[in-house]
Write a protein that binds this ligand. Structure first.
Ligand code: SOE
Length: 389
């Protein structure tokens, strides 16, 4: 079976998630489209790079990402770094003929995202595959929602309500990681998790045409942390810690008109106590409704209008072996999948795209379009007016 040598740049939370995905993919999906080999891991912090080599069973580690991009033995590059370096790394990897899986959001500015999209054109002519890690559309229950929409089961989609709510940054004593700094992150919550909500909404209801929005920063300064590692709210710093300003949004909410005619709303915040990874979407159509919540990711709620009056209402479908990616994961209904399996599903799609020579659904062009929505949301909030995407 064909093997593909993988280089992972950034050995933090997302680096771990990519490794879990690559390593487990052939264990779940057999025959695998190819076997990912954990070749080189890179982190700018030498101790983290060395530890990741042993922990994740890589052959080598390095502290300069160029060592991965310039290595002729590497076939595939995963970019799991802060947003402001996605463009430079992805463009260099594409030019070196590597297949690239880049974390979301695609970049820290629309300009960079569009440069990345442009770089794919030449690379794609040479068969290079590009993908962004918008994994939530690959959840079997979300795929089932898409099937119900595409086959007309809920009729014409009228309304879309989407939220992505977390709580890890609600405490003002959680430190000022790069996610709160505009020059590194680009946007705040909007880019970080609002982008996932935009992806899932557009996947199910088609592209957004125009938006009107509000963005707000609730906690204008946070304690300065030592080192660049993103602690995602797991550490609190004392009241005496030095503070620095937050220059991105904590919350973004907007109304949207979709090109296919639906209207809807999208809300994202990381300051919602009690909401952990509350990515929800509800769609109302002329013939029924669909509702999904990541916190119950093995379930899809559906209501069909043509059910008799006495039993019409939401029913819950539990996804399992009968559904998308089902036979590959676990073969007993109710065994369920979680975030780890979802990353393996993502790697299955990525490595399959490489094996088949077909760009995946979350390619850089799709991710750049999400950045156009993000830019329109920020412009609308600034101008207090509707903005075309
Ligand atoms: C933090 O908000 C975060 O890790 C995001 O960056 C991810 O994209 C999301 O999937 C989980 O939460």
């Amino acid at each position: 079976m064909k093997k593909l040598n993988v280089g992972v740049i950034g050995a933090g939370f997302m680096g771990k998630a990519h490794v879990v995905g690559y390593s487990n993919m052939p264990k779940l999906f057999w025959p695998a489209p190819a076997i990912p080999v954990m070749k080189t891991v890179c982190d700018i912090v030498p101790e983290i790079a060395a530890e990741a080599k042993d922990r994740f069973s890589f052959e080598k580690s390095c502290t300069d990402w160029r060592d991965i991009v310039n290595d002729p033995e590497i076939d595939v590059v995963s970019i799991c770094t802060p947003n402001n370096v996605h463009a430079e790394m992805s463009i260099a990897a594409l030019e070196a003929g590597k297949h690239v899986l880049c974390e979301k959001p695609l970049a820290s500015t629309l300009q960079e995202a569009e440069a990345m999209e442009a770089a794919t054109k030449k690379a794609a002519e040479k068969g290079v595959i590009h993908m962004t890690a918008y994994q939530y559309r690959r959840i079997p229950a979300v795929c089932l929602a898409k099937k119900f929409i595409d086959d007309g089961s809920i009729g014409e989609v009228l309304n879309v309500r989407c939220t992505y709510l977390q709580c890890w940054s609600a405490d003002p004593s959680s430190p000022l990681s790069w996610r709160f700094q505009k020059d590194i992150a680009g946007a705040g919550t909007l880019g970080d998790i609002g982008s996932h909500a935009i992806d899932i909404a557009q996947y199910l209801a088609g592209d957004i045409d125009e938006v009107v929005s509000m963005v707000k920063t609730y906690i204008p300064e946070r304690p300065v942390q030592e080192g660049g590692v993103d602690l995602l709210g797991t550490v609190k710093l004392g009241a005496d810690a030095q503070k620095a300003p937050v220059d991105v949004d904590d919350e973004a909410s907007f109304l949207a008109r979709f090109k296919d005619g639906a209207v809807g709303s999208i809300e994202a915040t990381r300051n919602a106590w009690g909401r952990n990874n509350f990515l929800t979407i509800e769609l109302h159509g002329t013939k029924g409704s669909i509702a999904f919540n990541y916190e119950r990711l093995n379930e899809l709620q559906v209501c069909f209008a043509d059910d008799p009056d006495y039993c019409r209402g939401f029913k819950t479908i539990y996804t399992g072996p009968a559904h998308f990616y089902g036979p590959a994961t676990w073969n007993i209904p109710g065994m369920n999948i979680g975030y780890g399996e979802l990353k393996a599903i993502e790697m299955f799609d990525f490595i399959s795209a490489i094996a088949d020579g077909v760009q995946p659904s979350t390619n850089f062009a799709v991710a750049a379009q999400i950045e156009r929505v993000v830019a329109a949301v920020l412009a609308s909030a600034r101008d207090k007016a509707w903005r075309k995407v």
